[in-house]
Design a protein around this ligand. Structure first.
Ligand SMILES: [Cu+2]
Length: 156
């Protein structure tokens, strides 16, 4: 019974610790490779097509904006983007979705009666791989404590 105690502590505990470290640090390097989203948005008839963009936090967003009727604008909340788009001439908007959350983009050029309702939405979802890893690390930590508690109890 006493012979089993040291190997248990010296094998299981480091194993759990190493697993936790690997799980915790591995996705951090994966986040260093953000995706670039090439999105084409057409402004026409007091609306944006598409009217909703979804990206991950840290991703690059490259929008090619066009207009199919009159001169429209594009101003994104929380970001330094404000452009004017003339029919027939496309505009390019490039930015990094640094913060998670919902950001509205609206027309910044008075284009007609329904101009105030010309609104779209950018949804930036938080980097879930990181939170998944944090959750796994917590489970690992809990497991380690259970192991420590069991070994302590078995020998005392
Ligand atoms: Cu407008």
């Amino acid at each position: 019974m006493r012979i089993r105690r040291p190997p248990y502590r010296f094998v299981v505990v480091p194993l759990v610790l190493v697993t936790m470290a690997v799980v915790f640090w591995w996705p951090a390097s994966a986040n260093a490779n953000p995706v670039t989203h090439e999105i084409s948005i057409d402004a026409a008839d007091y609306a944006y097509m598409p009217g909703r963009i979804e990206v991950r936090q840290g991703d690059q967003v490259a929008i090619t904006l066009t207009s199919s009727d009159v001169v429209h604008g594009f101003a994104l909340d929380g970001h330094d983007t404000k452009v004017r788009v003339t029919p027939g001439i496309s505009e390019r908007i490039v930015f990094t979705a640094a913060e998670a959350g919902k950001f509205r983009f609206r027309c910044s050029v008075s284009c007609g009666a329904l101009h105030p309702f010309m609104i779209g939405e950018l949804v930036v979802t938080p980097n879930s791989p990181f939170w998944k890893a944090a959750a796994i690390a917590l489970i690992g930590m809990a497991l380690m404590f259970v192991h420590l508690w069991n070994t302590g109890k078995a020998t005392s």
